[in-house]
Ligand binder design. Structure first.
Ligand code: MN
Length: 418
């Protein structure tokens, strides 16, 4: 696939996140415009509310783009998703005769504030990266029993909190929680000392369902993808997780990148999941390439200092695709809704610089990593900024997501003491 050129000149570059091939969906506001739907093109945002008001993107009888979220479009289903993408491609392509009408509807990204691009219906997070599960299992159970016995048969997940999903740029407050150090008999209520990030992709369900889904049906139901940071308090998690899994450790915040990159934009980058150790049961079997070749990078910048790259890996390292996760999610008859967010699970590659969390990078805090500034880290310090970026590389273009970033604020004073 080669780059498609636009009359928006900044889009015609190999090094911009938003060429015509991408056209991701976000929500933006400016000093004069209320929050509304927008489409990224080059270094500009197309005002979809105004484009719709002018009849340029009329796809349905009811308006779809006046509200500050993309859920209304999701609910229209794949045929309308495709119609919109085709329409936007035609409007923004080099030589389009709509240029004069559209130019006044473009806002420079530098003038815009980005908001949550959709209303999160529910949020589920998985544990579907093999290298990740092997690293964590080796730390906690030893190399012999690194993978739990169910792991090669299903994507392990838990139900998270939609209420704590925030858009990139939102600060994240270090949480308090119940911790128990191995040196003490009793737990204590303290600020987390092992606050961490998790590099993930988020898949957004676009089509609601009320019964089991095949892997193909699940793939068809996915609307798009974002980068996702599943902030995690390891010390809270270590004490609370048995026997029902993570709870407060994961409930502080989950950050997502601001632009929904559509499944259509990622189509040229589909890749197979890795070879299977044991065959999957029929309802989870791969039916085609359903992962994506997306390079992922994480940087960490201490307060007021330059950023250091701490992780570089690729989404294709996952063992299970989002389609398999969604299919598994629906096996029980669990209703799935437009706007459901599925976290892939931490993405780690095979080698140390490819690990997607500080837990793995510092091997449980035992091997501090050294940043380019000379500082060391085991877990996150107050003032640290973590930034995730992702790109799929085409011929002369890239599909980017915009950064997923967040800065750690110090814990509150004891929340139960006045
Ligand atoms: Mn996670």
């Amino acid at each position: 696939m080669t780059r498609l050129n636009s009359w928006v000149a900044s889009a015609n570059s190999a090094d911009i996140d938003f060429p015509l091939n991408n056209l991701p969906y976000g929500v933006f506001s400016t000093t004069t415009l209320e929050a509304r739907c927008g489409v990224a093109i080059g270094d500009m945002i197309l005002d979809m509310a105004e484009a719709e008001a002018q009849g340029l993107v009329a796809l349905t009888d009811d308006p779809l783009f006046q509200a500050p979220y993309w859920n209304d479009l999701m609910e229209q289903g794949p045929a309308v998703w495709t119609a919109l993408r085709n329409r936007l491609m035609a409007l923004l392509a080099e030589g389009s005769d709509a240029r004069a009408q559209l130019e006044p509807l473009l806002t420079p990204m530098t003038d815009a504030t980005l908001h949550m691009p959709f209303v999160v219906s529910e949020y589920t997070d998985f544990y579907a990266g093999r290298h990740r599960a092997t690293n964590v299992g080796t730390m906690f159970r030893g190399p012999e029993n690194a993978l739990p016995p169910n792991w090669l048969h299903m994507p392990i997940g838990y139900n998270g909190r939609a209420s704590s999903v925030v858009v990139s740029g939102t600060d994240v407050r270090r949480p308090w929680g119940q911790l128990k150090s191995p040196d003490h008999d009793a737990p204590a209520f303290l600020p987390s000392r092992r606050f961490d990030m998790e590099l993930e992709m988020g898949a957004i369900v676009g089509t609601s369902s009320e019964g089991p889904l095949s892997v193909d049906a699940a793939d068809a139901a996915i609307f798009g993808y974002v980068l996702l940071n599943d902030w995690s308090a390891r010390d809270i998690q270590a004490w609370e997780y048995q026997p029902l899994g993570p709870f407060q450790a994961k409930a502080t915040a989950t950050s997502i990148s601001p632009w929904i990159v559509t499944k259509a934009a990622l189509e040229p980058f589909r890749v197979d999941t890795p070879p299977r150790d044991v065959p999957l049961l029929a309802h989870l079997k791969d039916t085609g390439p359903m992962l994506y070749d997306i390079n992922l990078t994480v940087t960490l910048a201490p307060l007021g200092q330059p950023a250091s790259t701490i992780t570089q890996t690729n989404y294709r390292e996952m063992y299970y695709s989002a389609a398999q996760q969604l299919a598994h999610h629906a096996t029980s008859g669990c209703p799935m809704n437009a706007g459901d967010l599925l976290g892939s699970g931490t993405i780690s590659g095979t080698t140390k610089p490819e690990r997607g969390s500080l837990l793995e990078l510092s091997w449980g805090g035992k091997e501090p990593l050294t940043l380019a500034t000379g500082e060391t880290r085991t877990f996150l310090e107050d003032g640290d900024t973590v930034t995730m970026t992702g790109e799929a590389r085409g011929d002369g273009y890239r599909i980017g997501f915009g950064p997923c970033t967040g800065t750690i604020l110090p814990a509150l004073d004891d929340p139960f003491t006045t």
